[in-house]
Design a protein around this ligand. Structure first.
Ligand SMILES: Cc1cc2nc3c(=O)[nH]c(=O)nc-3n(C[C@H](O)[C@H](O)[C@H](O)COP(=O)(O)OP(=O)(O)OC[C@H]3O[C@@H](n4cnc5c(N)ncnc54)[C@H](O)[C@@H]3O)c2cc1C
Length: 387
């Protein structure tokens, strides 16, 4: 692929840069869930009003219809600008939205896509169950057809942001007698639907954004099934290809900035023996290696974008990127703890940016498919190894 930007693309980059500089929030995102939700929605509204929401979504549903390279330029400038991350907006923008664009009908697109871009709603994902994580097709939450509705009973776990969400992409078993991949449906569910109970789970980093969600005869209109009844596995695979392909693109690009910030930290932090961290051979070597690896990650991201541009859908190489990025981030935050001092970090209760990033880095290697599962996919689909 040609990596030189055209004069038009350079002009576009200037526009993005200037707009972000002028409009990005000056205050940090609040930690509190309800305040965080309000902050995320307000920022999404600002993006929408400014003409920067849904960069590559079709114009018919409120998007900008820009090409993949403009999307890339936008993401690169976005990461550089320090504008807020997706946070609670993640599911709607990166998973539910693209899935409804790819697999939904016209009514579903018109109803659900514009509110995501306008910053009116938050989405969450109800896929995993206590006995169905990596083996997602084993899910048991059942849905019985009753007239023009589904009646859903069962439970989900690890649902990020459930109690702050308005809508949910939910996987249910609509045919208990069919082979396990064939009896599943992907449905759109309201989070205030009667019969639902949401309980937060507290994680090791001190957060409570994960949840258990229980369904007791919850009624969902049949028209909320995306892609047809019992066709949910195909829809989920399209969605997981976004989750592993394009959804993490912003964090892949953000990693370029994180490593430079870590190098800066090493230049300004003294170790227990009084030397600057950057003068420690082991730390300097690790930083050089990590910087080289982040460059490789960027090259892989660009290659993936170039392939997506030709095929129209993210391919299995998304699994390589997801694996590489999440494991790389774990190594970056481990070196960060070497620099700030693991003992000092422990004494201060693991608060502060880098200890929190270290604790959070484990989640990235699980959510969206674990590293082991990514390795299986790469082995089987890419390298042609036996199961
Ligand atoms: C921060 C975070 C956010 C999440 N958000 C959501 C969400 O919003 N919605 C949602 O539905 N889910 C969510 N999840 C759940 C996530 O998708 C699952 O945790 C993940 O799919 C793994 O499933 P599991 O936890 O049941 O582990 P299991 O599948 O039970 O795996 C346990 C261990 O066995 C390994 N393993 C399993 N199968 C294989 C195999 N075939 N080969 C080799 N090793 C294997 C795994 O790698 C893992 O180490 C989230 C998880 C995290 C950590």
């Amino acid at each position: 692929m040609n990596l030189d930007f055209t004069p038009q693309q350079l002009q576009f980059r200037e526009q993005v840069r200037d707009w972000l500089q002028a409009h990005k929030p000056s205050e940090p995102r609040p930690d509190d869930g309800a305040e965080g939700r309000a902050f995320d929605l307000a920022w999404q509204k600002t993006l929408y009003t400014g003409g920067w929401a849904g960069i590559n979504w079709p114009k018919a549903y409120g998007g900008q219809g820009f090409d993949t390279f403009q999307q890339l330029i936008f993401l690169m400038e976005y990461a550089k600008s320090g504008a807020p991350g997706d946070h609670y907006r993640f599911n709607g923008l990166n998973l539910a939205g693209p899935t409804i664009i790819a697999c939904g009908d016209e009514e579903q697109r018109k109803t659900h896509l514009p509110p995501i871009l306008k910053g009116d709603v938050i989405w969450c994902q109800g896929f995993s169950e206590p006995s169905a994580g990596s083996d997602l097709a084993s899910l048991k939450t059942r849905a019985i057809v009753d007239g023009d509705e589904l009646i859903v009973t069962g439970s989900k776990i690890w649902t990020s942001w459930a109690r702050f969400a308005d809508w949910q992409q939910l996987l249910v078993r609509t045919d208990a007698d069919a082979p396990k991949h064939a009896g599943i449906s992907w449905v759109i569910n309201r989070m205030d639907n009667p019969g639902m109970e949401i309980r937060p789970i507290h994680d090791m980093a001190g957060g409570s954004d994960l949840h258990e969600v229980f369904y007791d005869e919850v009624r969902i209109p049949l028209k909320n099934i995306v892609g047809g009844i019992n066709n949910g596995w195909r829809v989920s695979m399209a969605q997981l290809s976004f989750e592993r392909g394009t959804a993490f693109m912003p964090s892949q690009i953000e990693t370029q900035k994180t490593i430079e910030e870590l190098i800066e930290l090493a230049r300004n932090t003294r170790l227990d023996d009084g030397r600057l961290a950057i003068d420690d051979d082991h730390i300097a070597f690790q930083l050089a290696k990590l910087r080289a690896e982040t460059r490789s990650l960027l090259a892989m991201t660009l290659l993936g974008i170039s392939r997506n541009e030709r095929s129209g859908m993210p391919g299995p190489e998304g699994s390589m990127l997801k694996l590489f990025q999440s494991e790389l981030y774990k190594r970056i935050t481990t070196v960060a703890l070497d620099i700030v001092g693991a003992d000092r970090a422990r004494l201060s209760g693991l608060t502060g940016r880098w200890p929190q990033a270290f604790l959070g880095s484990f989640a990235n290697t699980l959510g969206g498919g674990t590293s082991e599962v990514m390795r299986n996919i790469i082995g089987e689909r890419y390298l042609g190894l036996p199961k």
